[in-house]
Write a protein that binds this ligand. Structure first.
Ligand SMILES: [Zn+2]
Length: 299
């Protein structure tokens, strides 16, 4: 009698292969060396915050920034899928980080930079009060250390499980972006996945330069289905893709992942010289007065 086929993969063990929607299998090592882009169809895959930091910082060296965590389940939310607090624990276990956003500091071609990244697999990278706090503290670090800020965004919008407190993050994040401008800190946003809702309507659209690393990533406010239901007409397939938004002035550039480091370094070098001149030409230079921290404590 034939013995049953034994399960080859131990629990938690990663397969040596990774698959893509095009149906091709790629060796995980090769996939990682290709910066998580499919070698067959060139699809840009979504990546975690740590994978992002590893491929973006010089020598994959960086220090993660800490931030104060506000109450996590302020309205004791629960829906048919379960309690929000339980789902939060599950997401943390699955993704291996505390929230949908992480900030770190390190070097880009020897230039010190502050970098934020979001992970779509954590509650659709929606913005909770903790994510808002993480962003504010990243901005404060960037201002305190006079480091350019680069934010890799992907987000489904605000996390409604935390009620109106999530919507309030739009104002706080917008104020934080204006502090960056006041302090003449270059701010670059890179769409590293779909970006929708309040995230696009606040911090993601307030950068000096807005880039997408794929022409296919969605960029918009309301989802396509909602617009179609309101207008009672079908939208073209390409509406809200990064390529379409670029052609309509909502994005500045599409830069493939492999060219991002050099492209961002070039942009920052230009912006920093411009900013340097601005600082020399004005006597009214804003000072860092801790106003962000005050804003942060207010909510
Ligand atoms: Zn593929």
């Amino acid at each position: 009698m034939l013995s049953p086929i034994k399960k080859r993969m131990a629990k938690g063990e990663k397969s040596l292969w990774t698959n893509c929607a095009c149906g091709k299998l790629t060796l995980r090592d090769e996939f990682e060396k290709n910066l998580f882009e499919c070698p067959s169809c060139a699809k840009t895959h979504l990546i975690s915050c740590k994978q992002r930091f590893n491929i973006f910082f010089d020598d994959s060296e960086y220090t993660t920034l800490e931030y104060g965590v506000p109450p996590e389940d302020p309205i004791n939310f629960s829906d048919p899928k379960g309690k929000y607090s339980d789902r939060l624990k599950e997401s943390r276990k699955k993704v291996g980080q505390e929230e949908a956003m992480l900030f770190a500091t390190g070097w880009l071609n020897a230039m010190p930079v502050t970098v934020g990244s979001m992970d779509f697999s954590f509650f659709g990278a929606s913005v909770s009060p903790s994510v808002g706090e993480c962003f504010l503290s990243g901005v404060q670090h960037s201002i305190n250390n006079k480091q350019p800020l680069i934010l890799f965004v992907t987000s489904g919008g605000m996390r409604m499980h935390t009620g109106i407190l999530s919507l309030m993050q739009m104002t706080r994040m917008t104020l934080a972006c204006s502090e960056l401008k006041k302090n003449k800190i270059p701010f670059i946003v890179v769409a590293g996945g779909p970006c929708l809702g309040g995230t696009t309507a606040s911090m993601a659209s307030l950068a000096d330069i807005i880039i997408s690393e794929s022409k296919d990533f969605l960029w918009g406010f309301s989802g396509k289905r909602i617009i179609e239901q309101n207008l009672r007409e079908k939208l073209a397939d390409e509406v809200q893709t990064s390529q379409w938004v670029l052609e309509h002035g909502g994005l500045d550039k599409i830069v493939p992942r492999k060219e991002l480091r050099s492209e961002i370094y070039n942009i920052l070098s230009i912006l920093l010289k411009v900013k340097e001149k601005e600082i020399n030409n004005t006597s009214d230079v804003s000072s860092i007065d801790g106003s962000l921290q005050k804003t942060s404590k207010a909510v």
